[in-house]
Write a protein that binds this ligand. Structure first.
Ligand code: ADP
Ligand code: MG
Length: 390
């Protein structure tokens, strides 16, 4: 689960990470009020969406008067911001974060992520942060520094000092860097984060001397740990998620939208992957990944059909159930209910195996509805692909 920049900054601030003072605004008037309260001469108005690349897309505006703050907020709120991370349809901007602008001397990159190879939290840093970090990574990967953290010991001061020195943060800035890096790490570990990214971590003017500050912050959390992170869970912004995925999770279904045209209703992630592979092998593409889980009731199966059909690209449905805890008769009952209640016109290929399979098949046969039954996964995929042809 991702959160907005302003939420990430508030959270990091509670771990002692210096961030600019700011406030969140849902209207241009509110944005102007915040700028006045903050004081100063320059402000930054930043679109709050769950995507990076805002700076290059016009979603981050540095302005020099309260009127300009108002105008920038007016221009951003209500528009769809298209960045290289949003896809061509962009994301609707509902609120902006207004913060004091800093005089920036240099931009660094600081991140934490879980390295799947070492299975450890890894500190990532670069002396060349800012909006072109992806280019730095492509052109000179040696400028990206990594430090693996031993889970039994945690992040040690010397590791922070080593990384700070390698990216060029020396003298007084090194002590600040150590505190800041450790703050981000504690937040990452305590809150079950998967990714933390401070880009840029900047050296800015502060009371006549240089100081370090997190000018941007991105945090992403482990969904499986949200049950023990109520404060994080409250920061969830459902508007930023695929509405079908949100609806599915409300029904206890695991749904991921994809870009093909065969809707898949499957039980278990492994079978879902195999089903998607089989569809691809037969020359088509899955429209989604939908896992109904175990012990799916007829109602749950009907809900699954409804969610799959909300995608206008779906031209055929492939139901592939290998029932262990599930019951094929319940699945069949749910499918029959769905075809009748939702008036499903798209061809539906059904492959059932496992618990109560005879009862399930009999129900489909006796329903008088046009189910296309399949003997096995390969047969089911072939028939679903063939059903796409008019
Ligand atoms: P994104 O990563 O989505 O492009 P950022 O928050 O990193 O958005 O902002 C883009 C750039 O804007 C930063 O790299 C930085 O140069 C500048 N910037 C952001 N916040 C401030 C600030 N408070 N003061 C001065 N410059 C800022
Ligand atoms: Mg950034």
């Amino acid at each position: 689960m991702n959160i907005h920049e302003y939420q990430a900054k508030e959270l990091l601030k509670s771990y002692g990470v210096p961030v600019p003072a700011g406030g969140i605004a849902y209207s241009d008037t509110q944005a102007a009020q915040i700028a006045e309260q903050l004081g100063g001469e320059r402000w930054v108005v930043k679109a709050q969406i769950h995507a990076g690349g805002r700076g290059k897309a016009g979603g981050v505006r540095v302005v020099g008067s309260v009127d300009e703050v108002r105008a920038a907020a007016d221009r951003l709120i209500g528009t769809r911001l298209v960045t290289h991370q949003t896809g061509p349809e962009g994301t609707l901007v509902k609120r902006v974060w207004v913060e004091q602008a800093s005089h920036v001397h240099r931009e660094y990159y600081l991140g934490f992520a879980i390295d799947r190879t070492t299975q450890r939290i890894t500190l990532i840093a670069s002396g060349e942060g800012g909006m072109d970090i992806e280019d730095v990574h492509r052109a000179s990967p040696d400028k990206i520094i990594k430090e693996t953290i031993d889970p039994a010991i945690g992040l040690l001061d010397f590791q922070c000092r080593k990384v700070a020195a390698r990216i060029g943060l020396n003298g007084k800035l090194m002590a600040q860097a150590v505190r800041l890096i450790k703050g981000v790490y504690r937040c990452f570990r305590d809150r079950d984060a998967l990714v933390a990214e401070i880009n840029p971590l900047a050296v800015v003017d502060g009371g006549g001397e240089h100081k370090l500050m997190a000018l941007d912050a991105k945090l992403s959390f482990d969904d499986n740990a949200l049950y023990r992170q109520p404060q994080i869970n409250e920061m969830r912004d459902l508007d930023e998620e695929d509405p079908k995925e949100v609806e599915a999770s409300g029904h206890g279904l695991n749904y991921i939208a994809l870009d093909g045209n065969i809707g898949c209703i499957v039980n278990g992630a492994g079978l879902a992957m195999a089903t998607m592979d089989a569809i691809t092998l037969h020359g088509a593409r899955p429209a989604n990944f939908l896992d109904v889980g175990g012990g799916a009731s007829p109602q749950k199966v009907e809900n699954a059909c409804r969610i799959v059909l909300e995608d206008p690209n779906v031209k055929a449905i492939l139901v592939n159930i290998f029932a262990g805890i599930n019951r094929c008769d319940w699945v069949a009952t749910g499918l029959i209910q769905a075809v009748k209640n939702l008036r499903i016109a798209a061809p539906m290929v059904v492959r059932l195996a496992g618990t109560n399979v005879q009862e399930g098949r009999l129900l489909l046969e006796q329903s008088g509805l046009a189910f296309i039954t399949a003997a096995n996964l390969d047969d089911a995929a072939a028939k679903a692909v063939a059903a796409l042809e008019p």
